[in-house]
Design a protein around this ligand. Structure first.
Ligand code: PLP
Length: 388
């Protein structure tokens, strides 16, 4: 089906962060929410739940987990046993509870910046200490970015207890090649390191790329890995609060099932209903949304080449986030602040993703082509005024 962004007038009626953080003269291209209307099968499932006043506690059935397992098999050829999964509130809770379960206070947990900012908070929340192994810029997979396998090996050999992998990687839209994930699994197994793979962007992998679930790559990965999945990014359901712990080893499944029942009961009832509908019947809508996203990905390249030739951008292979290098504009470490103040476009400051992000911004292009064009025009006009 064809999916198009809603009009600004309609979007401004939403009460979510993207539409309430700034006044109406600001174009919000920051937080990872999409401007498309809800997928019809999800809207129908939620309307039906309201009609039957189905607003109590989550039930004991595993419909959502089975819907995820069926989706994983259909979409990625990956066999997941629903009995080895469990739901909770959101991906952040999957990560924090998993780390709390696997590490001791003070243990080091590796992240690969520039990376999703809350990773820097999840680790101390779980009692750990962040250890950075930055991504390599100019790697071998064609996107120019890659995991630093030698750096990971040093960190693992040096005593890190866990690795928080972002697969695909936000903010770069980097889809890690299978061979690199196999190498990570082998290193982790060798050094006794747990791998927590945040795969929330996986359904948003673009048509030219192939997402590889970390737990599918080898026996080592199945033994040392736990994945976090959710329909929240791909179907724009972040406010509904439902995510899954996914394990493929008897031992880790047992440990996840040993977590207090409250961890599961904090899943939202509407979240479970919407997530089941997304995995069962949401692919047609998602294909339409991905077509719109991929079209905007190309549009952004054209606009930047034409109007902001000093900005460097590598097209992502997953999701709808662009990591823009603005250093040649000479706008300092936090160009997002200047752009917000003087061009009235809200972007994410690159430094939120790690010190490597100084001079960068993250731009969310899951909007209409008109809004994207207007946003680039406003920034280009600011560059002209600043002589940049
Ligand atoms: C890598 C990554 N993990 C997790 C999340 C948030 O997921 P949730 O809302 O289910 O916690 C995001 C949101 O953008 C993300 O980019």
């Amino acid at each position: 089906m064809s999916v198009e962004a809603e009009t600004l007038n309609r979007l401004r009626q939403r009460t979510s962060e993207k539409w309430r953080a700034y006044p109406d003269d600001v174009l919000p291209l920051f937080v990872a929410e999409m401007d498309y209307p809800l997928a019809p099968p999800i809207a129908d499932a939620l309307h039906a739940a309201v009609d039957r006043s189905d607003t109590g506690y989550i039930g004991p059935d595993d419909r959502t987990q089975r819907a995820f397992a069926d989706y994983a098999r259909r979409r990625w050829g990956w066999d997941v046993d629903p009995a080895q999964t469990r739901t909770t509130t959101d991906v952040g809770v999957v990560i924090v509870e998993t780390l709390r379960m696997l590490i001791e206070p003070g243990d080091r947990v590796v992240v690969t910046p520039p990376v999703y900012p809350p990773f820097f908070d999840f680790i101390p929340e779980a009692g750990g200490v962040v250890e950075e192994v930055p991504l390599l810029d100019g790697g071998s997979d064609g996107t120019g970015w890659a995991l630093d396998l030698a750096g990971l090996e040093r960190a693992f050999a040096g005593g890190a207890k866990a690795f928080l992998l972002c697969n695909p990687h936000n903010p770069l839209g980097l889809v890690h090649p299978r061979a690199e994930l196999e190498a990570v699994a082998e290193l982790a197994a060798h050094h006794g390191v747990w791998v927590v793979s945040d795969e929330v962007h996986a359904p948003l992998t673009h048509s030219g790329a192939q997402f590889t679930p970390f737990l599918s790559v080898s026996a080592d990965a199945r033994r040392v890995g736990i994945a976090a999945h959710a329909a929240s990014k791909a179907w724009n359901l972040a406010g509904l609060k439902c995510a899954l712990f996914v394990t493929t080893s008897g031992e880790l499944a047992e440990r996840v099932h040993g977590l207090p029942i409250e961890v599961e009961v904090r899943t939202s009832q509407f979240g479970r209903i919407a997530t089941e509908a997304a995995y069962r019947s949401g692919q047609d809508w998602l294909d339409g949304a991905l077509a719109a996203i991929e079209s905007n990905r190309a549009l952004l390249s054209l606009l930047l080449t034409d109007r902001l030739p000093h900005v460097r951008y590598r097209e992502p292979h997953a999701s709808y986030l662009a990591w823009l290098d603005l250093r040649e504009l000479g706008w300092g470490d936090d160009p997002a602040a200047r752009i917000l103040e003087r061009a009235r476009v809200a972007l994410n400051p690159g430094t939120d993703f790690g010190t490597q992000g100084a001079g960068f911004v993250r731009l969310n292009f899951a909007c209409s082509p008109e809004v994207l064009t207007e946003a680039v025009d406003r920034i280009a006009e600011l560059a002209r005024r600043s002589g940049g």
